[in-house]
Design a protein around this ligand. Structure first.
Ligand code: G3I
Length: 317
């Protein structure tokens, strides 16, 4: 039986999972992670609070552990993430730095982290979640101090540090066509026209049964591809109001299939990543109490209907 990763590879794609360092002591978990997926995203290990907790003091132990595991398993790595408003150490978020100094802090962070992982990362989520849901720029410390130029600066620094990595901007609630994906579209178009290095757009895909499947996912991916960038589904999970039942699990399975087919229908959609693969380690219940069961494997690491649906959508038997 081919795995999800092998089925995706037969279509010229990858099928990945997020993972996190504390989970790596769970041997059955690690076995399935290594077998079923051909790409890994560190869920937390490469974020700013993990990699530069104090100014100029870099720490790569957690990220290195995940890169080493991926290399051992023959898996690609999606680097996540260089510049984000969240999980930002307080020395950055509360620093009150003047613009020139914050710009140099940002460039130094991107340069140092991307240089450390040079040649070992397939994609970098260089900028994560730059937009509000209405399509305006999120008022992060970077935007409020530097304006939108921080995005081009981060991309240029990442390109210089690791010319072989594909550079992405990644966001959520951009999966279908709407105000937020329109804003991302206009940003990417503008960056391309200015010659700023941008290779891909990540669509996180944090979906919820109670909100409905976003409309026109395939058309949305295609319009970005038509700008001359790759696209990827980077953090897919499909949560529900608990308890799960067979009807919800079968709708969830259908959505996993629909999203996969939308990606496969777009030649520049290079792969899909689930935001961890088992309900045992999902971020959802901690952030949305009363919701969960979002992933293709249950809390006991047993495959759910979504797993079979993914296999079928990827062309498996
Ligand atoms: O590092 C501390 C640790 O020292 C402490 O003992 C522990 C106790 O709770 O907390 C640890 O920090 C947690 C961190 O994950 C690392 O485990 C935070 O509380 C927790 O909030 C954090 O959650 C992460 C979340 O991003 C933060 O926004 C999730 O694991 C991670 O899956 C999630 O991932 C994000 C993507 O990066 C971007 N897109 C949305 C996605 C889901 O929120």
């Amino acid at each position: 039986e081919p795995t999800l990763g092998e089925l995706a590879a037969a279509k010229g794609r990858y099928f990945g999972s997020a993972t996190d360092n504390p989970e790596l002591s769970d041997a059955p978990y690690v076995a399935t992670l290594g077998r079923e997926f051909n790409a890994i995203t560190p869920g937390n290990a490469m974020k700013w609070d993990a990699t530069e907790p104090q100014r100029g003091q870099f720490s790569f132990a957690k990220g290195d552990e995940i890169v080493a595991l991926a290399q051992k398993n023959g898996q690609k790595v999606r680097g996540h993430t260089l510049v984000w408003h969240s999980q930002l150490p307080s020395w950055v978020s509360n620093g009150g730095f003047p613009a020139a100094e914050l710009r140099s802090i940002l460039q130094n962070h991107v340069t140092t982290v991307a240089s450390h992982y040079k040649g070992q990362v397939m994609h970098w989520d260089v900028v994560n979640e730059p937009f509000n849901d209405d399509g305006t720029f999120r008022d992060s410390v970077f935007y409020s101090t530097l304006g939108q130029s921080y995005i081009a600066d981060a991309l240029r620094a990442a390109r210089a540090a690791d010319p072989g990595a594909k550079l992405y901007i990644n966001d959520y609630n951009t999966d279908g066509i709407g105000a937020k994906s329109d804003a991302m579209y206009n940003l990417v178009k503008s960056l391309k026209s200015q010659g700023v290095p941008i290779d891909g757009v990540g669509f996180q895909g944090h979906l919820a049964l109670q909100y409905g499947l976003p409309s026109q996912v395939q058309q949305n991916l295609q319009r970005f591809a038509d700008l001359g960038v790759d696209v990827a589904i980077t953090e897919l999970d499909i949560r529900m109001v608990l308890p799960a039942d067979s009807a919800k699990l079968s709708t969830q399975a259908a959505w996993y299939s629909d999203v996969t087919k939308a990606c496969l229908a777009v030649s520049r959609c290079v792969g899909i990543t689930v935001w961890d693969y088992t309900d045992k380690y999902s971020w959802i219940p901690g952030v949305f109490p009363g919701q969960g069961a979002a992933l293709p494997y249950d809390e006991n690491l047993a495959p759910k209907p979504a797993y079979a649906a993914l296999r079928t959508a990827l062309g498996g038997g």
